[in-house]
Design a binder for this molecule. Structure first.
Ligand SMILES: [Zn+2]
Length: 118
């Protein structure tokens, strides 16, 4: 049986979600990518015509904003932060989606209550 959550349960879930939003950790929008690279030294084996041996793989963060994509090379010290912040961003968006869903259900309850009063 599909039981609807009670109005009180929705309010409780909403305050829980708002609490989560209030404790938001650093967020970062973007995706992590790996690339092999050629360096600037023409004599290097990465420029070999037959069997180029590229450098890498290097980790990058790719960030798109206003139709422009920018990338940051992620050094060993930056990589864990980028991973964590991107994951935080996804979690935060999920929380906002859930919050909007809960508010939709709450609004539906309000509507039902108003009907009952009239
Ligand atoms: Zn090279």
């Amino acid at each position: 049986m599909n039981e609807r959550p009670s109005y009180q349960a929705l309010l409780k879930e909403r305050s829980h979600l708002l609490e989560q939003l209030g404790n938001s950790p650093p967020v970062l929008r973007g995706s992590l990518r790996q690339h092999m690279n050629r360096c600037g030294n023409p004599g290097c084996r990465c420029h070999d015509e037959d069997k180029p041996v590229l450098h890498g793989p290097y980790q990058y963060l790719s960030h798109r904003h206003q139709n422009r994509t920018q990338t940051i090379l992620l050094t060993e010290s930056k990589l864990p932060h980028a991973r964590e912040w991107v994951a935080n961003y996804r979690r935060l968006i999920q929380t906002v989606y859930r919050l909007a869903e809960v508010n939709f259900k709450i609004l539906r309850f309000h509507h039902a209550n108003l009907d009952r009063k009239s």
